[in-house]
Structures are given as structure tokens and as C-alpha cells.
Design a protein around this ligand. Structure first.
Ligand SMILES: [Zn+2]
Length: 127
């Protein structure tokens, strides 16, 4: 299977790239198998994700998955974001080659890590 047009579009023009300075949820993960690294930054206010940005060093699948994920995450409630699976991301991309599915799994992990970070900060009343 080739990359879909949507994958190529998000790879060439990734949305929401960069570091979010006032993020209150940050998740950083890496995939040793293909060397991808992903950082997910979220700004959460009253349980709603107001802003989402990412920095991904990796293949086309990793970059396009991160890009559509930030679009999906904006406006989502934290509870919804916790349910965001890599399948949902792949679906949004119109599919990924089998060998590249694991790159989308990393997005799910980055989002989960960011939301965990948010919970920790809440507990410590940093936010
Ligand atoms: Zn990859």
C-alpha cells in the first residue's frame, strides 16, 4: 500500500508544528525501531484542549499521524482525548501501510504521556 494523498499532504504541510510555550501537558516518546521521536504539547483549560502542537523527527507516517492528531485533539475534552487511539488517527489519514502502523501508535503514546503529565501537574497544583 502506498501513502494516501492525505498522508502526503500532512507530511508536506504539517499542521501545528512547534513547541507550545504555555503548554500544561507535554508528552515525549520515541520508537527505537525506526528512530522516530515525538513531542506532543497541549494547552488544557477547564478540561478542554485549547491548543495542540507537536514536534516530530521521523518518517512520513510519524509526521502525518502527529499532524492529524493535533487537528483532532483541538477542542476535545480530556476524557475524549484519553480514548484517542492510533486506529482513529490511521482512519483519519485514510490508512497507512501495514509496516508503518507502529508510527501512529507512537502518537497515541505521546498523547497518553501528555495527559498523564497534565494529571501529575494538577495533583501538584502547578496549574
Ligand atoms: Zn516511522
Amino acid at each position: 500500500m502506498e501513502y494516501t494523498n492525505k498522508v502526503l499532504d500532512h507530511f508536506r504541510n504539517p499542521r501545528n508544528v512547534g513547541e507550545l510555550e504555555d503548554a500544561n501537558a507535554v508528552g515525549k516518546v520515541g520508537s527505537p525501531s525506526c528512530g522516530d521521536k515525538m513531542e506532543m504539547y497541549l494547552k488544557i483549560e477547564e478540561g478542554i484542549i485549547k491548543e495542540a502542537k507537536f514536534m516530530t523527527f521521523g518518517c512520513a507516517a510519524a509526521i502525518s499521524s502527529s499532524s492529524v492528531a493535533t487537528e483532532l485533539l483541538k477542542g476535545m475534552r480530556v476524557e475524549e482525548a484519553l480514548q484517542l487511539t492510533n486506529q482513529r488517527v490511521v482512519e483519519e489519514l485514510g490508512g497507512l501501510p501495514e509496516a508503518k502502523i507502529h508510527c501512529s501508535v507512537m502518537v497515541e503514546e505521546a498523547v497518553q504521556a501528555a495527559l498523564e503529565d497534565y494529571e501529575q501537574r494538577k495533583k501538584q497544583e502547578i496549574i
